[in-house]
Design a binder for this molecule. Structure first.
Ligand SMILES: Cc1cc2nc3c(=O)[nH]c(=O)nc-3n(C[C@H](O)[C@H](O)[C@H](O)COP(=O)(O)OP(=O)(O)OC[C@H]3O[C@@H](n4cnc5c(N)ncnc54)[C@H](O)[C@@H]3O)c2cc1C
Length: 463
């Protein structure tokens, strides 16, 4: 038998449309490896919610490989050391992997390539970030021109099926259960049951979305509806390839209806493009004037935000949805993030870290892009003085049903006042069983005051 080839899975936990797996399977018998490396990402070590997802996703990948006569070898430690060690132990002719753009992934690639033959493949994104270049050969920092340029390469190639594989003898690995990825004391994951991690779960979620994809543009901004695809956690761990999603949507609905969705997939690539250019985008503002922003150290306000007890129902609904399910509607992410950084004047990095720990779809590129966009500090951002007004956003995007679902103590309030209970007639509150300050908090900051304080801090930071 020829020498084995090591397929090193990372945030691409799937068998279909996986260029590195195809490359390895073509070359010889394969050994499949996943390495849990908690040191390389430093303080961007995978957060608690995504670790729950990872556990189930690895279990699913292991089952899918077993169904084909193989297995997934699990090892824990520095990937830069473990990957070459396993490759050498099995006498691998080469290591095959998809290219990822987090700074630690790039560093791992460089180290592994120094020790063994590393074959890297494109496949985590629609296009390699460095392939989308402006006329003069420079990289883009603004979405719209970047998107126009990306479209010249689109559609992406059609997805490839799972290759035929032969499996080599496996080296010893860890037991998934020993990794402690699941929460135990306490087990806060009860609300995560809405999800089905793994490649089959991702395919099922895509199929569910395709049935309503024609209504995406109208529905995606309405948190009370399930109008978006909710594929983000599957895409974040690569259980489905982005080009599979692209073609499924483009094939299912007319081009004009598909475009708004394909553009969102574009934002995912754009986020990787920014991270590739600015590896510290999760920690350092894209614009220097934000270096000296006078953020508040406000632990009580922060705790109220984290727990969904700010007195702003749309913010509280979003924060509770995040805590319970590991996911939050995109419109509400923007409102809740803006509330933290502007109304409460808390450092965007504090919110970014909370999202990182709570989101099942945590992605360094998308998360830092989202936070810096809301803050106004990113290279492609909304202006700082755009302060989302949580009350009018809540009414405009018809969030009454969403609030009833996630803030049940307000459920009996009529639509007209549920967005702003503090302004409701006492009689209406009484009839709905709401006592402000007791059954539901009063607003922890006044909208106009919070806005004015944020603008003053920004003016001071700009000197
Ligand atoms: C403050 C903030 C933090 C965020 N953090 C993350 C994060 O950690 N991980 C993450 O995947 N998304 C993040 N987003 C982007 C967006 O909120 C989610 O991708 C989206 O809500 C996921 O739901 P969906 O799958 O139903 O999206 P859909 O509307 O169905 O979009 C399809 C896919 O496109 C991609 N996408 C959509 N919008 C964006 C965007 N703005 N940026 C990058 N990719 C996008 C996602 O992969 C998504 O699954 C963040 C947004 C904000 C404002």
């Amino acid at each position: 038998m020829s020498a084995p080839h090591l397929i090193w899975f990372r945030n691409d936990l799937r068998l279909a449309d996986h260029a590195a797996l195809i490359g390895a399977a073509k070359a010889g018998p394969v050994v499949a490896l996943y390495v849990l490396d908690d040191d390389a990402p430093g303080h961007w070590r995978m957060g608690a919610a995504q670790r729950w997802w990872l556990h189930h996703s690895l279990a699913a990948l292991g089952r899918d490989l077993a169904a084909r006569g193989g297995a997934l070898v699990l090892r824990r430690g520095s990937a830069a050391a473990v990957v070459p060690e396993v490759a050498q132990a099995i006498g691998a002719a080469a290591v095959h992997t998809l290219t990822h753009y987090e700074p630690w992934a790039k560093a791992q690639d460089a180290e592994v390539a120094r020790a063994v033959t590393l074959k890297r493949y494109h496949g985590a994104l629609l296009a390699p970030p460095a392939s989308v270049l402006a006329g003069g050969g420079g990289r883009y920092r603004i979405f719209t021109p970047w998107w126009k340029k990306l479209l010249e390469q689109m559609p992406p190639p059609r997805p490839q099926p799972v290759p035929d594989m032969a499996f080599a003898t496996l080296p010893a690995g860890d037991d998934l259960g020993d990794w402690g990825l699941l929460p135990t004391k306490p087990d806060w994951s009860g609300g995560f049951e809405i999800w089905t991690p793994g490649e089959a779960g991702a395919a099922a979620r895509l199929a569910t979305f395709l049935a309503v994809a024609h209504g995406y543009d109208a529905g995606r901004n309405l948190p009370s509806q399930e109008g978006s695809s909710r594929l983000s956690p599957h895409l974040a761990l690569g259980e489905i390839s982005v080009r599979t999603v692209w073609h499924a949507v483009a094939d299912a609905i007319p081009a004009a209806q598909a475009e708004p969705y394909l553009r969102e997939l574009g934002w995912r690539d754009f986020a990787a493009n920014i991270l590739d250019q600015f590896p510290d985008h999760g920690d350092v503002p894209g614009r220097a004037q934000f270096d000296d922003m006078g953020f508040r150290n406000a632990p009580d306000d922060l705790a109220a935000w984290q727990r969904g007890r700010t007195g702003y129902p749309i913010v509280d609904a979003g924060m509770r949805q995040l805590w319970t399910t590991g996911w939050m509607h995109n419109r509400v992410r923007m409102i809740a993030a803006s509330f933290l950084v502007k109304h409460l004047l808390v450092d965007w990095r504090v919110g970014e870290r909370w999202f990182w720990d709570c989101l099942v779809d945590a992605d360094l590129g998308a998360n830092s892009l989202g936070w810096q966009w809301v803050m106004g500090s990113g290279v492609d951002s909304s202006p700082f003085n755009r302060v989302f007004a949580p009350l009018s956003q809540s009414a405009k995007f018809d969030a009454a049903g969403y609030i009833r679902r996630w803030v049940p103590e307000l459920a009996q309030l009529p639509d007209a006042v549920i967005h702003d209970p503090a302004a409701a007639e006492p009689m209406l509150l009484r009839a709905a069983g709401v006592t402000l300050g007791r059954t539901y908090p009063r607003p922890i900051v006044d909208h106009a005051e919070g806005r004015a304080r944020a603008l003053a801090a920004y003016a001071a930071a700009r000197g």
